[in-house]
Structures are given as C-alpha cells and as structure tokens.
Design a protein around this ligand. Structure first.
Ligand code: NI
Length: 139
C-alpha cells in the first residue's frame, strides 16, 4: 500500500468552517477523506481535458421506443461504435419508455462525440454523460 503523507494547510477560519459544514452535510467523518475525494474529482476533470489517454464514461439515455425508427437508429449507432461501447443495460420502464445505460471507453474526444451523436437522435427525451476514469492514477 502507498505510504500516507501528512501535510499542513493554511486556510482562513471562515473558509474552513464552510468546508466543514459542507462535508458534514455529505456525511464525511473527517476532512482527509473529503480532501482526497476533491483531489480525485479534479484529477478526473483534468483527465477529460487531455485528449491522449483512454478513459471511461457512462451515458444514460431515456427515450420513447414508439417514436418511428428511433430504436433502429440507436441500435445502428451502437453497432457502428461497438468497439467503444463495453456494455449496455436496457430497462423497459413502461409501455413507452426505455432507459439505457451504456459504458463507453475511449479518448475523451471520442466518448464525447459518440455521446453527443446518441443524445441528439430525435426522440431521445433525456440523457447525460458521466465522465469518470479508469482509476489507475486516483489512489
Ligand atoms: Ni425497452
């Protein structure tokens, strides 16, 4: 296991008070874990600003499968990009609505572009890309 390092931080009492209230509301029991999570969040954001490294994202999609040709179009898109879509979960929400969650792999620009082309298909009611990471540099 990686060696833990302690470091001191100078911060105004007011700012620290704000931070403590924020993290206690989120259920953190100590500042260290909250600070580690903040650092990881920024590292992931930074990763998505680079365009050279392969990363992971999930795309959530809600659509009405009764819309003409929509299911076909979505299926074609997924087959065209099968090498970037690791897995898809499909839930039949009710008689009309379908929810899909796709795990996407690739460089940030590739995942964004695929995600955008899926989200702009006519009939898609709602969707969102969650940008995450393969995690190797977040320990
Ligand atoms: Ni369905």
């Amino acid at each position: 296991m990686e060696e833990l390092v302690r470091f001191g931080v100078s911060i105004s009492a007011h700012l620290l008070g704000q931070f403590d209230r924020l993290i206690s509301g989120k259920g953190y029991v100590n500042r260290s874990e909250a600070i580690r999570d903040l650092i990881r969040k920024h590292l992931v954001e930074h990763e998505w600003e680079q365009d050279d490294k392969e990363t992971l994202g999930t795309l959530t999609l809600l659509y009405n499968h009764h819309v003409r040709e929509l299911s076909d179009r979505l299926e074609h898109l997924q087959h065209d990009h099968y090498h970037r879509i690791i897995s898809t979960m499909h839930v039949h929400v009710d008689e009309q609505n379908c929810l899909e969650v796709m795990v996407l792999k690739g460089k940030p620009v590739e995942i964004r572009s695929l995600s955008d082309s899926i989200l702009r298909v006519k009939g898609v009611k709602h969707g969102q890309l969650v940008m995450t990471s393969k995690g190797q540099e977040l320990d």
